[in-house]
Design a protein around this ligand. Structure first.
Ligand SMILES: [Ca+2]
Ligand SMILES: [Ca+2]
Length: 232
């Protein structure tokens, strides 16, 4: 009887461990597939008071230039994301990743680029500001020192005429010489006022907050590969 009890105890213990592992796997799997932004932090989702880019500011064209060469051009694509979602029950996203991990834009450490975007106000003309982040230390976060490339909150103003993309608005940025070589992401975020930088900060660091500030814009990510050799 003692032997049987011992075997039952062993089985129970093993079963509990397997249940725990299954639970951990399900939890991890759920996190890993919950967002198009993975493995990066998700963008802000609107509260019931916010309308995303459906009522306000879409990121339309994106151009990256080095001198007079255009090295990347994504044409106007309107708004990605529905509006008036419940962020607790709907995983809809306000934006997109514009290229694939296997086809990144090649940028060089130490080189300076211009990035320009156009915008449209989907229901009415509007104005906003954009923010530019680069994950320079490859830790899947844009919150590290030096990763916000704008020199000030209002340094990248964007005008959004109603329905039609407006003129390109540019800022320049330099990839620091001190970075390592590798695959990473640029994040462009556009919002009314200067919310993209002051409130959105490129990420929702605590996802699914129903009381999140309403936001009226869009976020788009671009895969880049930083080379240590300067390309001409
Ligand atoms: Ca867009
Ligand atoms: Ca980082």
């Amino acid at each position: 009887m003692k032997l049987i009890n011992k075997n039952i105890a062993k089985l129970t213990s093993r079963f509990s461990k397997e249940l725990l592992l299954l639970g951990l796997f399900t939890f991890s799997y759920g996190i890993a597939t919950s967002s198009i932004w993975d493995p990066y932090c998700p963008v802000r989702r609107p509260s019931s008071a916010g309308n995303g880019c459906t009522n306000r500011l879409s990121i339309e064209d994106i151009k990256i230039e080095q001198g007079t060469n255009t090295i990347f051009y994504k044409q106007a694509d309107g708004c990605s994301g529905p509006w008036n979602i419940n962020p607790l029950t709907n995983a809809a996203e306000y934006g997109k990743v514009v290229n694939s991990e296997s086809n990144p834009i090649m940028l060089s450490a130490g080189a300076t680029y211009n990035i320009g975007i156009t915008s449209s106000g989907n229901n009415s003309a509007d104005n906003g500001y954009a923010g530019l982040w680069i994950d320079l230390d490859y830790n899947n976060s844009f919150a590290d020192a030096g990763e916000l490339m704008n020199v000030s909150q209002s340094s990248w103003p964007v005008v959004s005429p109603k329905t039609t993309p407006g003129a390109f608005s540019y800022i320049s940025f330099t990839i620091p010489c001190s970075v390592k070589q590798g695959l990473t992401r640029i994040r462009v975020s556009l919002d009314r006022y200067s919310d993209a930088i002051t409130q959105d900060k490129g990420c929702v660091l605590v996802p699914n907050i129903p009381s999140a500030y309403p936001w009226f814009g869009e976020t788009e990510d671009i895969y880049i590969y930083i080379l240590l050799k300067v390309l001409n």
